[in-house]
Design a protein around this ligand. Structure first.
Ligand code: DX5
Ligand code: ZN
Length: 228
């Protein structure tokens, strides 16, 4: 799956920017990734629930909310209740991530857990059993356009093995520095869902950029048995 990140889009034209990557299955974006930042958990400020509510009315593409905020135990539920498809919180910020996952799911959303590049997975494996997606950050969260950190692929490989052997059931998402040069390595490591901001919205034709990224994934992993 390809999830363009609106962080690199024109915030004054979010509905048009969503339309630019909307297309039939296997062509357009699978999810639209929305980065919520609070200027506390990360040193940047973006948008919040009112904008996400408007976006939900403006697009048919499932919304993938990435909450880079303090106290997600308090705030994340609103995004699930609003109708976001997947709501991801940071393990570094959550006080009770198991209860949080239960509440997100009860509100009708998928529950996502994200780890910063320096955060190991081992202490959180039990917690991950309660989650539907794992978002592996491949840059320090906060800004688009940073360089991919290939060392995080060790975490992707480890969790891919656990999923393939039935020890975990979740989708593996990667976020940060994904572009035509880096996406193949991420695909080979076992990523299911690729977030790309500047590589999509920095391109002349965002829709074509999505198709090109998807083609790279399919070429790099002919044996994954992807179903579009
Ligand atoms: C960064 C955000 C990303 C961002 C990625 O903290 O979580 O979703 O949009 O941007 P690129 O793809 O440009 O690295
Ligand atoms: Zn993100």
């Amino acid at each position: 799956m390809i999830a363009p990140s609106l962080l690199s889009a024109d915030f004054a034209r979010l509905a048009d920017e969503a339309d630019a990557v909307t297309g039939p299955p296997g062509e357009g974006a699978d999810w639209l990734h929305v980065d919520v930042m609070d200027a506390h958990f990360v040193p940047n400020l973006t948008l919040g629930l009112p904008v996400v509510q408007s976006l939900l009315r403006a697009t048919v593409v499932p919304i993938d909310c990435h909450l880079m905020i303090d106290d997600p135990d308090r705030w994340a539920i609103g995004y699930a209740e609003a109708g976001a498809y997947n709501v991801t919180v940071h393990v570094e910020a959550a006080r009770d991530p198991v209860a949080l996952a239960r509440d997100l799911r009860a509100a009708g959303a998928k529950a996502g857990l994200s780890v910063k590049p320096g955060t190991p997975l081992e202490p959180h494996l039990e917690t991950l059993r309660h989650y539907d997606t794992l978002l592996v950050m491949s840059v320090e969260p906060g800004f688009g356009g940073q360089s991919f950190m290939p060392e995080v692929l060790d975490k992707v490989r480890a969790v891919r093995r656990m999923v393939d052997t039935g020890h975990l059931r979740l989708l593996v998402e990667i976020d940060g520095g994904i572009n035509a040069d880096t996406i193949e390595a991420a695909a080979e490591a076992g990523v299911d869902c690729f977030v790309a901001g500047s590589a999509v919205y920095g391109a002349e034709d965002p829709g074509r950029a999505v198709r090109a990224l998807r083609r790279k994934v399919l070429e790099a992993t002919p044996d994954r048995g992807w179903s579009l």
